[in-house]
Design a protein around this ligand. Structure first.
Ligand code: CA
Length: 250
C-alpha cells in the first residue's frame, strides 16, 4: 500500500480546539485530508463538553481560548482521569507555557506559526503511541528506586523529585511505553522530537546520557535504558513494575 494513511488515522476522531476560525478551517481541512474525522470546539467550555461526550482519540488544544483557557481544559481533563492525548498549540513567544502545559499533562506541543506537515506528523506520532481506547492503562511505573507517574508527570528517585526537562520526560515515557522494543535514533527523533525538528541524532544520545545520569545508580553500567549496539536503545521490560490505581502508589 502506498497510501500514507494508516489504519489508525482512518478511524481516529480528532477534537480541534481553536478560537481563530481561519486557523480552525485550515487545520481541520488538513486533518480530513489525512483521513481523520474532525470535531471542532471554539472555546474551552465547548472543548470539555465534547471531550466528555464524544469518543475522541486526540485533542489539539490552543492555549489562548475564550471561557476556559487551554491549561484549564487540560488540567480538568486529567483530573477527570481522561488520558486522551493532548497536543498543545502555543505561540513561539510562550515557551514557558510549553513546559507548563507538559507539566499539567499535555503530551506534546507545536509552536505557532507551525508547518502543517510537522503538525500532522506529531498528530500521527501521538496516535501511534496512544493506548487502545477504553482499557485503563497503568500510569505509575517503578524501576529500581525510581517512580514515574505518567499522569502526574512526576519522577522521583528514593522519594525525591527528579527534575527532568520536558523533553527528557517525554523520552522516558516513550521508553516505558515501548519497553522491550529496540528503538532506533530515527524512531526516537520522529516520535519524541517530531518530524521537522532541526536536530541531530547525537541529540538523542545526549538526552539518553542525561536520563541515565539522573536515573541509573551507575550511569556507565545502565540497568534500565540499554544500548543496543549499532541499532539504538531499549528499555529493559523486566525491571518495570506497573500500577494502575493512584492509591497504590505508596
Ligand atoms: Ca487562540
Amino acid at each position: 500500500m502506498t497510501s500514507k494513511h494508516t489504519q489508525t488515522a482512518v478511524n481516529s476522531l480528532v477534537l480541534l480546539v481553536e478560537d481563530e476560525e481561519a486557523l480552525r478551517l485550515f487545520i481541520g481541512d488538513s486533518l480530513r485530508n489525512e483521513g481523520y474525522a474532525v470535531e471542532h470546539a471554539s472555546d474551552g467550555h465547548e472543548a470539555l463538553e465534547k471531550a466528555a461526550r464524544l469518543p475522541v482519540d486526540l485533542i489539539i488544544l490552543d492555549i489562548m481560548l475564550p471561557r476556559r483557557n487551554g491549561f484549564e481544559v487540560c488540567r480538568e481533563l486529567r483530573a477527570a482521569g481522561r488520558l486522551t492525548p493532548v497536543l498543545m498549540l502555543t505561540a513561539r513567544s510562550q515557551v514557558e507555557d510549553t513546559v507548563k502545559g507538559l507539566k499539567i499533562g499535555a503530551d506534546d506541543y507545536v509552536t505557532k506559526p507551525f508547518n502543517m506537515g510537522e503538525l500532522m506528523a506529531r498528530v500521527a506520532a501521538l496516535l501511534r503511541r496512544a493506548p487502545a481506547s477504553g482499557a485503563p492503562q497503568p500510569h505509575i511505573f517503578r524501576f529500581g528506586s525510581i517512580r514515574v507517574d505518567l499522569l502526574g508527570t512526576e519522577v522521583t528517585r528514593n522519594g525525591k523529585v527528579v527534575n527532568l526537562s520536558a523533553r527528557e520526560f517525554q523520552l522516558l515515557r516513550f521508553f516505558i511505553e515501548h519497553r522491550g522494543e529496540t528503538l532506533s535514533r530515527d524512531v526516537l527523533l520522529r516520535d519524541v522530537w517530531g518530524y521537522g525538528a532541526k536536530i541531530q541524532t547525537r541529540t538523542v544520545d545526549m538526552r539518553v546520557a542525561s536520563l541515565r545520569q539522573q536515573l541509573e545508580d551507575d550511569p556507565k553500567q545502565p540497568q534500565f535504558i540499554l544500548t543496543v549496539q549499532g541499532l539504538g536503545y531499549k528499555f529493559r521490560p523486566e525491571v518495570l513494575d506497573a500500577t494502575q490505581a493512584r492509591d497504590q502508589q505508596q
